[in-house]
Design a protein around this ligand. Structure first.
Ligand SMILES: [Mg+2]
Length: 180
């Protein structure tokens, strides 16, 4: 039986670091103070800007998938997105790329940081049948809390591996891990 992929979006499927930073810079924030992998509303609050202003300047047309992601997505069976991204930006990007995950959980789906439990429930999945693909320590922790295997998007140079990670060096390797 093939495993099901739940994927983070920013920094995992999408090479979005620069677009995320540029939106903050456009609002007068020093780029060196921006960090990644947080609930967007919390990062805006930390940096002293309104999330509505952030979403307004974020360029939904700019971000591209990492090399090999589009081909990998095209070969997946059941898959889902679980991301701390703002739903307006996130849905616009999914639509532009033509990606149709079975379930999409953005920051509006959670009262706080994302977690995988609601995704597993919505898809009626056993944790043993799932891989969570992500790029940050928070993603790793989400997987651990849900007893789901964590795979690190090693193609993102910012991603730092821990000894327990399954580290993927290119997106197509996810297919092998899932049993395709
Ligand atoms: Mg990420």
């Amino acid at each position: 039986m093939k495993l099901v992929a739940i994927c983070d979006l920013d920094g995992t499927l999408l090479d979005s670091d620069e677009a995320l930073v540029e939106a903050f810079v456009a609002l007068g924030i020093d780029r060196s103070t921006v960090s990644f992998g947080h609930v967007i509303g919390e990062e805006c609050k930390r940096l002293g800007i309104r999330v509505e202003d952030y979403v307004a300047v974020y360029d939904e047309e700019k971000v591209q998938p990492f090399t090999g992601v589009t081909e990998m997505i095209g070969r997946l069976g059941r898959w889902a997105v679980c991301s701390n991204k703002h739903p307006e930006s996130g849905h616009a990007e999914l639509n532009r790329l033509g990606w149709r995950p079975e379930e999409v959980f953005f920051t509006d789906s959670f009262d706080g940081p994302k977690s995988l439990g609601p995704v597993l429930a919505a898809m009626q999945l056993d944790p043993a049948g799932v891989v969570y693909l992500g790029d940050t320590a928070h993603d790793r922790e989400c997987a651990r809390q849900a007893n789901v295997t964590f795979a690190l998007a090693g193609w993102n140079p910012r991603a730092i591996a821990e000894p327990t990670d399954v580290v993927l060096s290119e997106p197509g390797e996810l297919l092998g891990l899932l049993g395709f």
